[in-house]
Design a protein around this ligand. Structure first.
Ligand code: DAH
Length: 348
């Protein structure tokens, strides 16, 4: 018995010396002191010893068991502390190292223009509405009084999805959708992307951005339109900006006009020796920004609004143009190239 106890003790000492991780010690504890552990089983045999040996052996065996229990606990505490230290070491960081700077995103300059204008229109009581990029030929052309012979309808100008669907060439179809679904008074703006089959060059991109405006109510006049255009231009370009309206033609407005503003670059010749030097307005002193007009009675009628009762005005803001004018940029391709160095120059 003594011998067996000594053997066990040695075995345990060796095992503890070899244990590297806390779970090895736990395994050893179960193997020795568990219900069917070697030590436990050996202790059980004490009961079957002759009475004179039993007392002595019992005492000895208990001593060995206490010793084993203590050693195992010691080893467990030591190994757990080691494991914790190792983990702390591997997770330690050098707080003196310079931090990694995270690139901070910004709003795209076109998005900034959109949201500034949206703020203005919301403050004036307009609703902001959305329309589909893929539009019916009816909403994009017919309901806007563009006859089948209108040159814009040609496949060389417009992306056709099939014979009834196009990528919308302007935001004006949202006028139609709004009039079909709402009753006057109507005051909406419809911001969004538009598409034309243009070759990419210094002034054209096949995708671009517009914001449509539509107001329909009783007694709306061209004077209301002009007043609104002045509000928009002053808000975007400052108090000193002036507008000029030139007669124009759009199938869905009558009369129609083109809105020009005083050239933001040469200030109509005032800031240069002569407007003739100006690259932006090419000497005219004015820059064309967007189209507008009084909603054509036929357009009102086709969308279910009585033109004898109601009148309205509409405008189609060229958002890329406005953004370029604000930042003195000439080339709209920059808005689509996603060159971070270019985009990061804008605050927003
Ligand atoms: N839809 C026209 C275009 O894309 C712009 C336009 C002109 C919109 C006159 C209007 C308007 O609402 O009244 O060229």
């Amino acid at each position: 018995m003594i011998e067996k106890l000594n053997q066990l003790r040695e075995k345990i000492e060796d095992a503890l010396a070899a244990a590297k991780i806390p779970s090895a010690v736990e395994d050893l504890r179960v193997k020795m002191l568990g219900r069917k552990g070697e030590m436990t089983l050996l202790l059980k045999t004490v009961g079957s010893l002759p009475a004179e040996e039993r007392k002595e052996m019992g005492k000895k065996a208990n001593e060995v068991r206490d010793w084993v229990t203590e050693k195992i606990e010691e080893a467990r505490v030591r190994l757990e502390a080691e494991a914790q230290n190792a983990a702390l070491k591997s997770e330690a960081m050098d707080i003196t190292l310079p931090g990694k700077r995270r690139a901070q995103g910004r709003l795209h300059p076109v998005s900034v223009t959109f949201s500034r204008l949206e703020d203005l229109f919301v403050s004036l009581g307009f609703d902001i509405v959305d329309g589909p990029h893929i539009e019916t030929v009816y909403h994009n052309f017919d309901a806007l009084n563009s006859p089948p012979t209108h040159p814009n309808r040609d496949e060389s100008d417009t992306f056709y999805v099939n014979e009834n669907l196009v990528l919308r060439t302007h935001t004006s179809p949202v006028q139609v959708r709004t009039m079909e679904s709402r009753k006057p008074p109507i005051r909406i703006v419809a911001p969004g992307q538009t598409f034309r089959r243009d070759e990419i060059d210094a002034t054209h991109t096949p995708a671009f951005h517009q914001m449509e405006g539509l107001v329909v109510d009783k007694n709306i006049t061209f004077g209301d339109l002009k007043g609104m255009l002045e509000i928009i231009v002053r808000y975007v370009f400052g108090e000193e900006a002036k507008i000029r309206l030139r007669p124009s033609h759009f199938p869905f407005t009558e009369p129609s006009a083109e809105v020009d503003i005083t050239c933001y670059s040469c200030k109509n010749g005032l800031s240069k020796s002569s407007a003739l030097d100006c690259r932006v307005c090419k000497g005219s002193g004015w820059v064309e920004l967007w189209g507008c007009g009084m909603v054509h009675p036929k357009v009102l009628e086709m969308s279910g609004i009585n033109p004898r009762e109601y009148s309205g005005y509409a405008f189609g803001l060229g958002i890329d143009r406005i953004t370029s004018a604000l930042h003195g940029l000439a080339d709209p391709r920059l808005y689509f190239e996603n060159d971070v160095q270019f985009l990061s120059q804008f605050v927003g």
